[in-house]
Write a protein that binds this ligand. Structure first.
Ligand SMILES: NC(=O)C1=CN([C@@H]2O[C@H](COP(=O)(O)OP(=O)(O)OC[C@H]3O[C@@H](n4cnc5c(N)ncnc54)[C@H](OP(=O)(O)O)[C@@H]3O)[C@@H](O)[C@H]2O)C=CC1
Ligand SMILES: O=C(O)[C@H](O)COP(=O)(O)O
Length: 498
């Protein structure tokens, strides 16, 4: 159970508020204030977390700096061993962590367990990948460059950055936190986590698994509080040496305010699904359902606009509608396909997009229905470019269909977006798929499947407003290191076997 058993330490029974984690211990904030976490299903306060102060952030930054210096001297194999230990603890205690995900972000129970297990696997994979790629460097000799003899040897290695600040979003508060924590730690950095408010308690449980694995004090910290209140203080803090952020437009603002530190930004998306005449429409319909409606469309990689050739549009819409009618709608505890969206303001935003489309003449394939934060799945056909939903990200179970007459029209719509995260193309003609995929201005193109981030070792990146840099285990580890060169200057040129 959440906050009990091995997790009892993270919860303050006197105030019913979860503690924050600093200097290797669970603490109560001196602010005396807490932040409520509203259960999206009941719309009542489910949990409370500490509202940490700026002074507490300063202390965390200090201890992180000290801990990092020692950690950088810990052999790579030992760092990996500790990550494997944390991964095992995380997986062993998946049930209480998944319970938090159900209550805090209304993730269907089965998907909540999957998120925790996937996170454990990611942490282990980081340990394995880290020992390989961080143990390797480069050896250069000077005689490759004109005018030089072979009198200098350059040894290139990877060194940690220092303190990494990790800020994940609400939709994967555990997985998108460990996807930053594990690469940072294996690379010899310390890590300060600012979890999303919705999802903070699941994240605190996950952090406790790292605590139980025995990581040195100060190496991992977890500061809670509203992003709008402590976010700027954290991201502009001089003690931060790298920021890894996943979320919405907030990331664009952070990138403008942050100091001269490396940034990894995974932001929003408007992933297009281009469907050609020769596509296997049953496959497309199945992928639209999975891609557009899983976790009620609250995935950055969700299919967010279908661009279908007019000649097959009727047939496709019919197939998708048949599947939409089978989606179950209700509480996450019952493992329903469609569960309440994360907040009332999110539901209001989605409703605004739906009403705009209605006013501008979109075809409603289902009746629009909402009860609190729960919005029934809705396919909007005949969406036109003047409708907001053609461009904006609903982050909800509402999917627009735009009928196109040429492939170029589809590519043009995809590329006219401010976003460029992922896209997909469905066709039986691999040559066309490659040409269209190459023309799409997105970080990833999926051929004959819906967009997806996983498997988690694949590179994952967005163009334009969808981000800076690339994630995925290997790229994250590399991003959280810096290159260091050591040059050996010989008294006279030396040629091997010469
Ligand atoms: N490309 C990708 O990989 C992904 C992108 N996303 C995108 O994220 C969005 C949904 O997630 P959501 O959580 O609502 O995104 P937000 O951008 O609202 O929040 C993301 C994180 O930033 C924090 N935050 C808020 N304000 C600040 C600030 N001023 N400084 C620092 N941190 C701050 C939030 O904390 P708090 O909760 O306390 O406000 C949260 O932890 C969608 O646009 C989606 O597409 C989501 C998942 C993956
Ligand atoms: O936050 C997101 O939406 C994820 O990065 C997407 O991951 P998924 O494709 O595995 O759901």
């Amino acid at each position: 159970m959440a906050g009990a058993g091995i997790f009892a330490e993270i919860y303050d029974e006197n105030t019913n508020v979860y503690k924050y984690y600093s200097d290797g211990a669970w603490n109560i904030s001196s602010s005396g204030k807490s932040v409520p976490i509203i259960n999206p299903t009941t719309r009542k306060t489910q949990y409370k977390v500490q509202a940490c102060t700026q002074e507490e952030v300063n202390k965390v930054m200090e201890s992180s700096k000290v801990a990092q210096k020692l950690w950088a001297k810990t052999p790579l194999w030992k760092r990996a061993e500790m990550l494997h230990k944390a991964a095992a603890i995380l997986k062993e205690h998946k049930a209480p962590i998944a319970e938090c995900l159900v209550k805090e972000i209304a993730k269907p129970a089965k998907d909540a367990v999957t998120e925790v297990v996937r996170s454990g696997d990611l942490v282990s994979y980081c340990g394995e990948e880290g020992v390989r790629i961080l143990g390797e460097g480069k050896f250069l000799t000077s005689d490759s460059f004109p005018g030089n003899e072979r009198s200098k040897y350059c040894l290139v290695s990877k060194v940690p950055l220092g303190v990494v600040l990790a800020i994940p979003p609400f939709n994967y508060p555990v997985n998108l936190a460990v996807s930053k924590i594990a690469p940072a730690l294996i690379a010899g950095n310390s890590l300060v986590l600012k979890p999303p408010t919705q999802g903070a308690v699941a994240a605190l449980h996950m952090v406790h698994c790292f605590h139980l694995a025995g990581f040195p004090k100060g190496l991992i910290s977890c500061i809670t509080g509203k992003g709008s209140e402590i976010g700027d203080f954290l991201t502009m803090h001089p003690g931060v040496n790298c920021i890894s952020f996943t979320g919405g437009d907030t990331g664009i603002a952070i990138s403008k305010k942050a100091g001269m530190v490396p940034l990894q930004m995974e932001l929003g998306g408007k992933d297009a699904c281009i469907v050609l005449e020769d596509a296997d429409l049953d496959l497309v319909a199945a992928n639209i359902i999975k891609g557009g409606f899983s976790y009620s469309g609250q995935r950055c990689t969700a299919v967010k606009v279908v661009l279908v050739m007019d000649s097959v549009a009727d047939a496709l819409v019919e197939k998708v509608n048949a599947k939409v009618s089978k989606l179950t709608v209700g509480p996450p505890e019952d493992n329903c396909d469609i569960t309440p969206v994360v907040s009332e303001s999110s539901a209001n935003f989605i409703e605004g997009l739906v009403m705009d489309a209605k006013q501008k003449g979109a075809t409603f394939c289902q009746e629009y229905k909402r009860d609190g934060n729960l919005i029934w799945p809705l396919l909007l056909d005949n969406v036109k470019p003047e409708m907001r939903i053609a461009w904006e990200e609903p982050f909800g179970p509402v999917l627009p269909v735009i009928r196109i007459n040429t492939v170029e029209q589809g590519i043009h719509h995809c590329n006219a977006s401010n976003f460029g995260l992922q896209g997909c193309v469905f066709t039986r003609d691999i040559n066309k798929a490659i040409l269209i995929g190459d023309a799409m201005e997105t970080g990833t193109v999926q051929i004959n499947s819906a967009p997806a981030r996983g498997p988690d070792h694949f590179p994952f990146q967005g163009l334009k407003d969808s981000g800076i840099g690339s994630q995925g285990v290997t790229n994250s580890i590399l991003m959280m290191t810096k290159i260091k060169s050591t040059v050996i200057n010989l008294p006279s040129p030396s040629y091997t076997m010469g």
